[in-house]
Design a protein around this ligand. Structure first.
Ligand code: ZN
Length: 440
């Protein structure tokens, strides 16, 4: 979320000064946020009350750790939410008075493109941008570029989203040195693989940005004698992502048409693993689970491909990348009972934390998913752990801890990506010598 402090004073002044010209000055994708506020309550007694408001679709909780909870309230829901909090004896403070103005005046300019990216033109993109968020079109230009030009890359569309956009999978083949080839030939082991998913939540732009730079890193810098096939989905929710550029910067779900009601399904609550736990049946909720498990084309094609691959090879690591909070989460999300290989996951997680911190001092913490704000099931991580039996499964919440939240400035893309690949390289180095969990 966004920090208040002295910004509140600035924003209050801006509200007074610009109220008459409001709609014309607000970019289109911030207009749905006019009149939305950010409130804060103490988390100690507030959890159950907030959870009910989330599932009913009245609030959008923005951070899931620490001693307070910040959440977004639309103008139309403000009285209802205030009443509910009052009844529960909870006091709230207003952190941001108008989110549209706040993002426009304070956060928008640092995130906006401002033509700083020189790596993409209107028709091509040979390398991912390190200092600007890429449009979906630019992402596709880059993926097609490496698909056509790099012999180690196999680019495939797994299928189409609701609105007909491709869900792209990048397969990076290992460099088969003699040593690795021999290891595979004589060990009678399945091929080993890593799966990385980005962009399943539309507004978390730093996730695809980092995921794309990971592809570039694995192709160019990663020590190439590792025995892993790497599979990367940089944009799991293209419709939602495009919608954040055109209509609503804070859109989270996909773009399912829920027949006259609020649109979208939370794709990270739609997987067939304890579907419904920690999710909502209400279409207007930010954590709406969808009409049935894998009802959405996006989750359906991802899970089918992961299942198909998992029958042929062994996934050593499945990683889903989100923001924000700087947290490495390990499953389960549906229960606090420990998942298989919990100690292993914690050990390798610590390797990641240590290496990530060494780059720019960014501190990531590690927690169990269900130990956070609320249970969250039907997500990529629980499904991979339970249905695929993958040993190392994580959800990574990238920068920051709340100052910018979903609108992390674009000048932090490269540094965020660097700490992630340094953490991942060390984690993969630590996993590589292990025996795979599933021999042939
Ligand atoms: Zn997310």
């Amino acid at each position: 979320m966004w920090y208040m402090g002295h910004w509140l004073v600035v924003v209050a002044a801006v509200v007074v000064a610009t109220v008459a010209a409001l709609p014309a000055n607000i970019p289109e994708n911030l207009q749905p946020l006019i009149g939305h506020q950010v409130w804060e309550v103490s988390s100690e007694r507030g959890e159950a009350v907030l959870w009910n408001l989330v599932t009913e679709g009245h609030i959008d909780v923005l951070d899931h750790s620490g001693t307070t909870r910040k959440f977004r309230v639309a103008g139309k829901d403000a009285d209802k939410v205030a009443g509910t909090l009052r009844t529960a004896n909870l006091t709230h403070s207003v952190i941001i008075r108008d989110l549209a103005l706040f993002l426009k005046e304070e956060e928008g300019p640092v995130e906006r493109r401002a033509d700083i990216s020189r790596s993409c033109t209107t028709t091509s993109c040979p390398v991912p941008s390190k200092d600007a968020y890429m449009t979906f079109k630019e992402i596709e230009y880059y993926l097609k570029h490496i698909g056509n030009n790099n012999p180690r890359v196999e680019l495939r569309s797994l299928g189409k989203s609701h609105e007909g956009r491709d869900i792209w999978l990048v397969h990076i083949k290992p460099v088969t040195s003699k040593r690795v080839g021999a290891r595979i030939a004589f060990s009678h082991m399945r091929k080993r693989a890593i799966w990385i998913e980005g962009g399943i939540h539309a507004r978390e732009r730093i996730s695809p940005a980092v995921t794309l730079l990971l592809i570039d890193h694995f192709l160019n810098d990663f020590p190439q004698d590792k025995p892993f096939d790497i599979y990367i989905v940089p944009m799991a929710n293209p419709d939602g992502y495009v919608y954040t550029w055109t209509n609503d910067r804070l859109w989270r779900k996909n773009r399912r048409n829920n027949a006259g009601s609020c649109e979208g399904v939370d794709l990270n609550r739609n997987w067939d693993a304890h579907w419904g736990v920690g999710a909502s049946t209400q279409t207007c909720s930010e954590v709406y689970r969808g009409p049935s498990p894998f009802s959405e084309p996006e989750t359906k094609v991802l899970s089918e491909e992961m299942t198909r691959l998992n029958n042929q090879l062994n996934f050593d690591l499945v990683l889903s990348i989100h923001n924000y909070g700087q947290v490495l989460l390990y499953p389960y999300g549906w229960t606090t009972n420990p998942a298989p290989h919990t100690e292993d996951m914690k050990k390798k997680g610590n390797v990641f934390l240590k290496a990530a911190k060494a780059h720019a001092g960014t501190v990531y913490t590690m927690v169990n998913t269900a130990g956070g704000f609320y249970y969250a099931a039907g997500a990529t991580d629980d499904w991979a752990k339970e249905k695929l039996g993958t040993r190392y499964v994580y959800t990574l919440e990238l920068r920051d801890k709340g100052r910018y939240g979903f609108t992390l400035p674009a000048n932090q893309i490269l540094s965020t990506a660097t700490e992630v690949w340094q953490g991942l390289d060390m984690m993969i180095n630590a996993i590589a010598p292990e025996k795979t969990a599933r021999p042939n």
